[in-house]
Design a protein around this ligand. Structure first.
Ligand code: AP5
Length: 213
């Protein structure tokens, strides 16, 4: 089952993908998390993309396509994947057709007001990428990851200026993918405003309706 999670920053794609991967038995692959791992280990790629991520701009298509193509060639995606954050441009979507075909593109929708609330309150565990929210999903002990106890951080691109830039980049570069996939009859609209569990239930229902799950 090859699924793409499409939608604006902060819509809850990563949160729902983490819940869905266990139910569906397929890996959650987040292009943003793959880049953040490279930054964390200080690889040449990580050094090259660090400033781009921090500002909330997109990494160039050529680098991103090659990086994701390689990831999707590994054994763990034999039964499918949830791809979160890729493709993000028409060029990426067209390139992807050559190496993998999505069965459904889940389009998360949320108001800009709620996006800002979710992103400003987000905290993450740097090692695992596990995500919390100071109000909606707080850790058991303030500021610490529930499982490892490591200190939670605010992502550098969750500062107000970078968030506003990411929203602009989304509107300009990524939103056109909605029509692109609608025309291919792959688009599945999803209301991302309820709780993560409710969004997951809605997703499973829609997949069942489409005969995918
Ligand atoms: P990426 O990591 O993909 O960032 P994003 O798309 O901006 O998505 P987010 O991770 O911000 O949001 P999300 O929808 O996953 O929300 P989450 O579940 O965390 O990309 C980062 C960067 O990498 C890009 O800016 C770019 O530089 C680069 N990059 C990545 N892919 C690329 C590509 N294809 N091409 C080029 N460059 C690329 O939830 C947000 C918050 O809300 C959390 O605190 C969560 O706890 C809370 N929350 C979630 N769901 C709910 C809910 N239902 N109710 C209440 N709270 C909720």
């Amino acid at each position: 089952m090859n699924l793409i999670f499409l939608g604006p920053p902060g819509a809850g794609k990563g949160t729902v993908a983490d819940l869905a991967k266990d139910v569906l038995g397929i890996p959650h692959i987040s292009s943003g998390q793959l880049f953040r791992e490279q930054i964390k280990i200080g690889s040449p790629l990580g050094k090259r993309v660090e400033a781009t991520l921090k500002a909330g701009n997109l990494v160039d298509d050529e680098t991103t396509i090659e990086f994701v193509r390689e990831r999707l060639s590994r054994d763990d995606v034999a039964r499918g994947y949830i791809l979160d954050g890729f493709p993000r441009t028409i060029a990426q979507a067209e390139a992807m057709c050559v190496f993998s075909k999505p069965e459904a593109v889940i389009n998360f929708s949320l108001t800009e007001e709620e996006i800002l609330r979710r992103l400003e309150g987000r905290r993450v565990a740097p090692t695992t990428g596990r995500t919390y929210h100071i109000l909606y999903n707080p850790p058991k002990v303030e500021g610490l990851d529930d499982e490892t106890g490591e200190t939670l951080i605010q992502r550098p691109d969750d500062k107000k200026e970078a968030i506003l830039n990411r929203l602009e980049v989304y509107t300009r570069e990524t939103r056109p993918l909605i029509n692109h996939y609608r025309e291919k009859n792959l688009l599945v609209p999803l209301d991302a405003s309820p709780s993560p569990q409710e969004v997951l239930n809605q997703l499973l229902h829609l997949l069942k309706e489409k005969g995918i799950h």
